[in-house]
Design a protein around this ligand. Structure first.
Ligand SMILES: *Cc1c(COP(=O)(O)O)cnc(C)c1O
Length: 734
């Protein structure tokens, strides 16, 4: 590694240029603010929030901005507050201990072959590290963020590569008639916890990739995620042609051409950056196919620098690359028109691999010489990696079926060498603070380091009394209701709704009544319409005087998906019905922070994908860590998690017929809808409202406990990263 990377770290201390000098008792806050570790450590977020809650909200939980904007007087007030400064000192000491590596990590014992000198290089098009870093659109990014955090906690040597999207992903707002509008905010790297990577002379490190007939440069930024470094490439620099500044403009925002050049920068530029910084990765992990061009760049190095034939170069590349696929359909978004690819990549690049055009295109095709087939990043990745895995058991099987043609010699689909590693979520990021305290009290202070141990979870859960768990959950629901009211009030005001309607936000929702959450992307297979299949029946559930059901919805439609926007509009019109208004809400602008509020607090989390299109899903895993109950189609992770006592299933396990047109309701959909209503009416509502004299719903709490003890040990990202490290990165079968 370059000396200069270390230098950046030193500059982060009080002396960082332009950084505000804090009063001595608070000085450590600067250091803490430069590493996202604070965001998953106990008291981390609260420490910054308590510095100045109002500014904290205004700057959307960005500690760098908070420290720049907070008033001098407030800062001094806190600097003389001994209780507060003790908290600062305590967290800083923990951080230093975490970073110093004095405690032996899991990786040092279990996967010692992975070393900082030869780390894993992890590539992904999006990262969901924290809300203040809007470089994600949804599940893939969240998963990548959780992967980095667990890698850090476990001490797995890993460096990550991604793109710095200047305009991030869109923010969602609804018009008064329920139509989605997209807004993009530009973010300034200087206001965020990221540092330019500098070279020996103090100049910014850049890489160059030739695309669309021009050299395009990207500078590099570094984000610290605990012990893991995340490098981001950014083409928004004056040396570039103005068009090329937009290569890293929007996440999933542009046309096909933009996608190609983005993926070139990620894959090819990413490898060049790692080289420039002196990393010698032992394994390259392609998290989804967006970065698959990195395999060609590795091959090009071998062809050009060592004079190998492409076939031999490819063989060597394959030994070092592993691929995780996330899509359960062949016609994913990630395939390119060969002509467009020719234009973006250029003939010279292909020649530098020593390939003819057809040979080149065939690497990205399932069927060789099929001129009608586009160049797919999934076939490319599968062919150039030694290992391919899906993200749940079912998704592994679906992928074997989907890509079996790539192994013509496999006689049976079960012989197709695609495995799976089921996704998991990062517990310290997703568990509510008060539950965290319960887990620490009854599971031991180091509960978060022992996530995989089912016995420990069982013991911990057995020690928590029903009353205590229920009380913690009730508090979280009260917080959720306050959140819903505040967000709704604000949104209604912004839309210029009538005063009466704005005011009514203050009485929405009852925290003692059942709350069902449904928050996810608005895409055809997620079947947003399923719940509305029988609106009268649904209304009866919602408006029941004694035992009402309340629904919280949130999610974004892809900007170009008109059908999805119509579904959203239908939903938001329907909720205008006065009977419904108090007990159902659509919250605008689903993001990580909103996800935290929802998954930590709802009673029930609903998911109704068309089987088998939910590759894994992770939001339900966040819910079970918080004692919420899943109510979901048996697909993705839930097919592995559901055991009959820890939540509910919707419908059966048969595979649905593929549906071409989104929004169409098939006979199978109707069957699932029937199952959904029936389980709600006959099981969920009666169990929830069956409270004893003390006001505790015993049967419900028992299910909450089953949910925690059976699901938490299996669906956390420590388990996931350990599996990747042992089975995929090191190729150890065990
Ligand atoms: C966890 C999470 C997701 C992934 O959710 P699924 O619907 O289960 O795939 C998406 N978006 C956000 C903001 C999340 O936190």
């Amino acid at each position: 590694m370059l000396e200069t990377t270390a230098e950046v770290v030193e500059l982060n201390e009080q002396g960082k240029k332009g950084q505000r000098v804090l009063p001595a008792p608070l000085a450590a806050l600067n250091r803490l603010s430069w590493n996202y570790w604070w965001s998953w450590s106990p008291d981390g977020a609260a420490l910054f929030r308590d510095l100045d809650p109002k500014v904290w909200e205004e700057c959307e939980h960005n500690p760098r901005e908070l420290l720049e904007k907070i008033s001098e007087f407030r800062l001094m007030q806190m600097a003389v507050d001994p209780v507060y400064t003790r908290r600062v000192a305590k967290l800083a000491a923990k951080f230093d201990e975490y970073m110093s590596g004095t405690k032996e990590t899991w990786a040092a014992g279990a996967v010692a072959e992975l070393t900082p000198a030869n780390p894993v290089a992890y590539f992904c098009a999006e990262y969901g590290i924290h809300n203040s870093l809007p470089l994600y659109s949804g599940g893939l990014g969240m998963l990548a963020g959780d992967h980095l955090k667990s890698a850090s906690d476990l001490g797995v040597p890993l460096v990550a590569v991604g793109l710095l999207y200047r305009y991030g992903y869109f923010r969602q707002r609804l018009t008064r008639d329920g139509w989605q509008e997209e807004h993009y905010g530009e973010f300034a790297p200087s206001e965020l916890s990221m540092n330019p990577v500098l070279d020996e002379s103090g100049a910014g490190v850049t890489v160059e990739v030739f695309m669309r007939g021009r050299n395009v440069r990207a500078r590099a930024w570094r984000v610290d995620v605990g012990r893991v470094q995340l490098f981001l490439l950014d083409t928004n620099i004056p040396e570039n042609d103005p068009t090329d500044c937009w290569v890293t403009g929007h996440l999933y925002g542009g046309d096909r051409e933009t996608r190609i050049v983005q993926e070139m920068m990620l894959g090819i530029g990413g490898v060049r950056l790692l080289r420039r910084l002196g990393f010698e990765p032992q394994v390259f992990h392609l998290n989804e196919g967006h970065s698959a061009l990195l395999t060609l760049e590795l091959a090009r190095e071998l062809v050009e620098e060592s004079g190998l034939e492409f076939s031999e170069a490819a063989r060597r590349v394959r030994e070092r690359c592993v691929f995780t696929t996330h899509t359960p359909v062949a016609a994913g978004n990630d395939e390119f028109d060969p002509t467009l690819l020719d234009y973006c990549l250029g003939e010279d690049y292909r020649r530098s691999l020593g390939l003819t055009r057809d040979e080149f295109l065939n690497i990205g095709r399932v069927r060789a010489d099929d001129a009608g087939e586009f160049f797919g990043m999934t076939p490319l990745a599968i062919k150039m990696c030694r290992s391919t895995n899906g993200v749940s058991r079912k998704h592994g099987e679906v992928s074997q079926e989907l890509w079996r043609e790539l192994w013509p010699q496999s006689t049976s689909v079960v012989d197709v060498p695609i495995t799976y590693v089921t996704n998991g979520v990062h517990a310290p990021t997703w568990v509510a603070p008060n539950l965290r305290q319960l887990y620490a009290k009854y599971g031991g202070k180091n509960w978060a380091q022992r996530l995989r141990d089912p016995k420990r979870w069982a013991k911990c859960v057995a020690r928590i009394s029903d009353e205590e768990l229920w009380e913690a959950h009730r508090l979280l629901k009260q917080r959720l209701v306050a959140f819903i009211r505040e967000r709704s009030l604000h949104a209604r005001e912004q839309r210029g709704e009538s005063a009466a309607y704005v005011q009514s936000a203050g009485v929405m929702f009852d925290s003692e009544a059942l709350i069902v959450g449904f928050a996810r992307r608005i895409a055809g297979y997620k079947r947003w319409g399923l719940l509305l299949a029988d609106t009268e029946r649904l209304l009866r559930l919602i408006t029941d005087a004694e035992r009402p059901v309340q629904f919280v919805f949130a999610g974004k439609a892809h900007p170009q998906d008109q059908g999805a926007k119509l579904v959203l509009q239908q939903l938001s019109r329907w909720k205008l019905d006065p009977d419904v208004m108090r007990r159902a809400v659509f919250l605008e602008d689903y993001d990580q922070e909103m996800a935290r509020q929802l998954v930590q607090s709802v009673d029930v989390w609903m998911n109704v994908p068309r089987r088998p299109l939910e590759a894994s899903g992770t939001s339900g895993q966040k819910v079970c860590l918080n004692g919420g109950l899943n109510f979901s189609v048996l697909d993705g992770w839930w097919l592995e998690g559901f055991d009959g006592t820890n939540g509910w299933a919707i419908g059966g396990t048969t595979t649905h017929e593929p549906v071409e047109t989104p929004g169409v309701v098939t006979a199978e959909d109707m069957k699932d809808a029937e199952s959904l209503y029936r389980v709600l009416e006959e099981e969920i509502v009666p169990t929830f409202y069956d409270k004893d004299a003390a006001g505790v719903p015993r049967r419900w709490v028992r299910m909450m406990k089953r949910s925690i003890e059976t699901l938490a040990p299996a669906f956390n990202s420590d388990r996931m990263v350990q599996e990747y490290a042992q089975r995929i990165y090191l190729n150890n079968q065990q």
